[in-house]
Each structure stands twice: as C-alpha cells, then as structure tokens.
Write a protein that binds this ligand. Structure first.
Ligand code: ATR
Length: 266
C-alpha cells in the first residue's frame, strides 16, 4: 500500500497539488498517493480525523482551513507559529504536527527560480491577512534592508508589523514618496476581482513585482508592467511550498523546475 497524503480545502476541485505531488513522487521514486479532499465548511476537523483513521500520513491544508489547522495541531513549527496558520500537517501516532511552508516557498521561488535577491532590498508587502502573515518571518530571515507592510485597513498592518521586531506597518495611502526594489502583493484583490491597490509608490530601477495569485494576469500585475517593473505570478510559490511540504514528509527535496515547466505548459 502506498503512503497516503491529501490536500484538504473548500473548494478543492481546482487544486493543482495532486498533480504536483504525483510528479514529485515519480521523480524521487517515493511510493505514495496524494488526493484532493473536499471538507464541508463546518467539517474540517472531522475530515482530518477520518483521513488519519484511513491511514493518512500527512495533509496539505488550503483555503479556508489554515487557521483551523493551526488550532488542531498538537505541535507547531516556529514558522507555523509565526504565521498563525498551518498548510502542512504530519500525522505521527497521536501527534498532529503543524508546519507552514508558504513563506519558504515564496523565498525559494524569488531566489532560485526568478533570481531575485532579498538581502539588503527595500521590500514592500501589500496586505495583512493570512497570506501576508505567512511570509513575514521567512522574508525577514533573508535580511532585507527594510520590510514595510502596507494594508488598506491600516490597523491590521500596524498589528502585524508589531509582532516582528524589524518591520514597519502603514496604510496603502502612506506610500506616496517611498521607493521599493521588491513589491509583493499578498492581498486577495486579484482573487476576488476587487480593485487592486493603486501603485502610488516609486519603483527603483530594476524593481521586481510579485503577485501571489497565479493562473491569471491580475490588474495589479498589469499596472506594474505598465510602470516598467519586471513581474511574476505565484505559480512558482505554489510549486515551491509543495516541494517544501514533500521534504517535511519524505525527507527529500524534489526538483521543481520540470514541474513548473509542465504546469506552465498546461
Ligand atoms: P488571505 O488569507 O488571502 O490573506 P484575508 O485574510 O481575508 O485573506 O486578507 C485579505 C487581504 O487582502 C487583506 O489584507 C485585505 O485588506 P483589509 O485588511 O483592508 O481587508 C486585502 N484586500 C482585499 N481586497 C483588497 C483590495 N481591493 N484592495 C486592497 N486590499 C485588499
């Protein structure tokens, strides 16, 4: 019997994770099966327990259950604790280990796939919800010159920034004269079709703009392109966070480049 893993979310039919992990397993020769599980909105915990009872070894967790997974875990990694959310569960006897690989995925996509350094850079993180919170600690670990968190609701940016010693928070309308080398959009505007944050700040020469949303060119990326920035969507982050979860479970870090190439072609 292959070891069983799953991604749990609502909705889940669109998830690329089963394909990504099947490619990783084939590439590394791991005997495992990875499926997509739809949990009812009020049934996340029951779905996890049923999966454990059926022999599940681990699970990825996606929208809207990452905070619930955080509460369900009996032990948390430092990066999961900093994120306040869990995207990777490992079942070990009676323990449920909670980890968060999203930030590591973003950093690896920037550095390895896109060749974008973070050290010493002036970095702007847009948004202060779950997606933003998940990447702050891994970004700070790269020692940017500065990290500014800007959010539509300024109080949330200030609250998030105050939990880390070396970043500052502000409102989207307080960026006018600031210059940034790297801008990361972690707002959900591109997903919900909302009006994206306006680019009121200044791009440094060679500025890079990243949108965590993938599979579509968002209005945000269109604005950034028009302003002369180099841009990327979040597909690489998706593949890299999956690779990091695979490493947590199987102790092997798969090659991501061929998987990313296949997903882009599809
Ligand atoms: P996620 O888990 O995807 O981060 P979330 O926790 O609901 O989702 O957070 C959504 C983030 O996107 C928030 O920072 C939100 O700003 P507010 O805190 O002011 O609500 C931001 N956001 C969503 N739509 C936006 C828009 N049209 N313009 C600017 N920010 C937006």
């Amino acid at each position: 019997m292959p070891d069983r893993y799953a991604v749990i979310g609502h909705p889940i039919a669109h998830s690329k994770s089963p394909r990504i992990h099947a490619l990783f397993a084939a590439q590394t020769g791991q005997d495992m099966r990875y499926e997509a599980l739809l949990a009812p909105l009020d049934g996340f915990v029951a779905t996890v327990h049923e999966f454990i009872a059926a022999g599940g070894r681990g699970a990825n967790v996606t929208v809207p259950f990452k905070e619930e997974a955080f509460r369900l875990a009996t032990r948390l990694s430092e990066r999961a604790r900093a994120a306040g959310a869990v995207n990777t569960l490992t079942f070990a006897g009676t323990e449920i280990l909670g980890d968060n690989t999203d930030g590591a995925g973003l950093v690896r996509d920037l550095k390895r796939n896109l060749g974008v350094g973070i050290a010493g850079k002036r970095v702007l993180l847009l948004g202060a919800g779950g997606a933003a919170r998940g990447v702050v600690m891994p970004l700070l670990a790269e020692q940017p010159g500065q990290l500014v968190i800007a959010n539509r609701t300024v109080g949330k940016a200030l609250a998030l920034a105050s939990t880390f010693p070396t970043c500052t928070g502000c409102g989207l309308d307080e960026l006018d004269s600031r210059v940034f080398d790297l801008v990361i959009n972690a707002t959900s505007a591109g997903l919900t079709g909302g009006v994206p944050p306006r680019l009121t700040f200044t791009f440094a020469p060679d500025a890079f703009v990243y949108d965590m949303v993938y599979g579509r060119e968002t209005d945000f990326l269109r604005q950034a392109l028009a302003a002369g920035a180099v841009v990327a969507d979040g597909l690489g982050m998706l593949v890299e966070q999956a690779a990091e979860a695979f490493l947590v479970w199987r102790g092997v870090l798969p090659e991501t480049a061929p998987v990313l190439t296949e997903l882009r072609a599809a």
